[in-house]
Design a protein around this ligand. Structure first.
Ligand SMILES: C[S@@+](CC[C@H](N)C(=O)[O-])C[C@H]1O[C@@H](n2cnc3c(N)ncnc32)[C@H](O)[C@@H]1O
Length: 263
């Protein structure tokens, strides 16, 4: 008897992978990937397996796919990435970013229209530029001008914290981490710019482990989500930059949560 048209045998390994991702079936995903299915596949609707996992809210499935090389920045026909398609996202209303710099992270934060977005910036010229660009007038933005070490008594507690004072010493970041138990709300997420030894793959991984161990001693577990960045960092990106501070193909995005709350 012929198999029904929608039976598994009619589907390519990649279609099966999309179906397993949509269902959050981690065992099937691992099996299909190890049998050689391509995680970069786009199905007939222009969706990747990672987008299917994300829109189903299956975090473990998404992690398996990312580990297998699924592109995190692929876009659906509507121009949405897997991150944009995440279903039922947790509500993060109170955000803190330490170090404005070019304002890239803060611009990204603003797209989520948080209730309260606090920015700490110490450099007078960067602060002046922030004001010139209108950051001082944004209703949901609170700017604290000064070193984080000095303005910390003015802080509350936050659902999301990002730390990037690149240029400070490792010891400064470690000191900041000691404040996390007071600064990070239950269920909150902490991340930092993971550029430590960004020109040496071996020492970079050592640093990742070191930070994760130190955060673990404070009661936090850290996952590093591998994000391929080689294609985003072409030669022109570095034009005018004196020292190329990042030379690796993969960025390891730290996602740090209280141990009791992480998966
Ligand atoms: C690499 S930039 C941040 C880039 C930023 N993440 C972005 O998206 O453009 C680092 C920023 O941290 C600021 N900074 C350095 N040390 C600081 C400190 N102790 N407290 C507050 N800001 C600091 C610097 O003035 C600089 O603007």
């Amino acid at each position: 008897m012929a198999a029904p048209p929608d039976s598994k045998s009619d589907k390519s390994p990649e279609e099966l992978l999309c179906a397993a991702a949509e269902a959050g079936n981690d065992d099937a995903i691992a099996e299909i990937i190890s049998s050689g299915a391509d995680p970069t596949y786009f199905d007939a609707s222009g969706m990747t397996p990672l987008m299917r996992a994300a829109s189903g809210g299956h975090a473990a499935a998404a992690r398996l796919l990312l580990d297998a090389g699924a592109p995190w920045n692929a876009l659906s026909p509507e121009g949405l990435s897997a991150g944009d398609l995440t279903s039922d996202p947790a509500t993060y209303d109170l955000l803190l970013n330490v170090g404005f710099g070019m304002g890239l992270v803060d611009q990204a934060i603003q797209r989520y229209e948080p209730e309260e977005h606090t920015i700490i910036e110490a450099h007078p010229e960067v602060y002046a530029r922030m004001l010139k660009l209108g950051w001082g007038e944004k209703k949901n933005v609170r700017i604290l001008f000064g070193r984080w070490q000095d303005v910390i008594p003015q802080l509350g507690s936050y659902d999301v914290i990002f730390f990037d004072t690149y240029g400070e010493y490792y010891e400064d970041m470690r000191e900041f981490h000691e404040h996390l138990p007071k600064l990070l709300n239950p269920g909150g997420v902490y991340s930092y710019f993971n550029g430590l030894c960004g020109d040496n793959a071996f020492f970079h991984v050592v640093y990742c482990q070191l930070v994760a161990m130190e955060l673990a001693s404070l009661g936090y577990s850290t996952q590093f989500v591998p994000l391929p960045v080689r294609d985003c960092l072409k030669a022109e990106v570095w034009e005018g930059v004196k020292q190329k501070y990042w030379q690796l193909d993969t960025y390891h995005l730290p996602v740090c949560q209280a141990e009791s709350e992480s998966e």
